[in-house]
Design a protein around this ligand. Structure first.
Ligand code: 6PG
Length: 243
């Protein structure tokens, strides 16, 4: 297997969350520089990626990163205004986008107003325009890199346990209202995430060790276990989460 699912995926265990963020920042920089054309990233919320985004805003990365030919999408976001502390869009704007020379038109936040289902369809339209087609092709990934975290209840992006979005086979984006976490959210679906060259799971902290072990074994009860990629999946974890 070539790392297409969470079990066959390569695992890299690092000392702590700082090292995980550094590894991811180096990976993104290298991949973005290697790409000859447009580079597309789907960003995640969560605490570990926050360190990554802060790192990318440091001169070391910010002066070398090809901001003008990178397109930034969101893997999920809460359906709240950007000035809410729970908004991934707001977090990214503050920590990364306002700090670097990224053209505003390269940032594609998820809509946060009106009807969530209509908003999900609107975001799907944005993705389809970027992709240049209305159906996904196995040999043409939608994203170069999809960043994902892992919740203690096994969710990733906003693919939450027991929610209809887990059955979604055709739509690229859907709304999800978890029964065990606040806020309705918009999220990429399994098929949209699968249309990727790389999926990186960033997982840190002892609280994630048990769920991480279950997902790494492919426990079907965990939503994250069903993530696949046409490309490669990598687990970048700290030693506490790997324990
Ligand atoms: C978000 C996410 C979500 C997150 C996990 C892990 O917006 O919160 O995209 O899927 O990655 O909940 O979050 P932590 O890294 O904060 O534990």
């Amino acid at each position: 297997m070539n790392g297409h699912d969470v079990v066959s995926a390569k695992e890299i265990v690092l000392s702590d969350s700082e090292a995980v963020a550094r590894h991811a920042a180096d990976f993104l920089l290298e991949e973005a520089l290697r790409a000859t054309d447009v580079f597309r990233i789907a960003l995640s919320g969560g605490s570990t990626p926050k360190r990554l985004y802060a790192m990318m805003a440091q001169p070391d990365y910010a002066t070398r990163f090809p901001w003008t030919r990178t397109q930034f999408f969101f893997g999920d976001d809460r359906f709240v205004p950007a000035d809410s502390p729970d908004s991934n869009r707001g977090m990214l704007q503050k920590i990364l986008f306002s700090q670097v020379d990224v053209p505003p038109e390269n940032i594609h936040p998820m809509p946060d107003q009106g009807d969530p289902d209509a908003a999900a369809r609107a975001y799907e339209t944005v993705l389809k325009a970027q992709y240049g087609a209305a159906t996904l092709r196995k040999d043409k990934p939608l994203f170069d890199v999809v960043l994902l975290g892992l919740g203690e209840n096994g969710h990733t992006a906003s693919l939450f346990p027991r929610q209809p979005v887990l059955q979604e086979k055709t739509r690229w984006v859907a709304a999800c209202t978890p029964d065990d976490a606040p806020h309705t959210r918009l999220t990429l679906t399994y098929p949209a995430i699968a249309s990727s060259r790389y999926v990186l799971f960033l997982v840190t902290g002892a609280a994630k060790a048990a769920v991480c072990a279950r997902v790494r074994k492919g426990d079907p009860a965990e939503p994250a276990s069903h993530i696949t990629s046409e490309g490669r999946i990598e687990w970048i974890v700290d030693k506490d989460a790997a324990a």
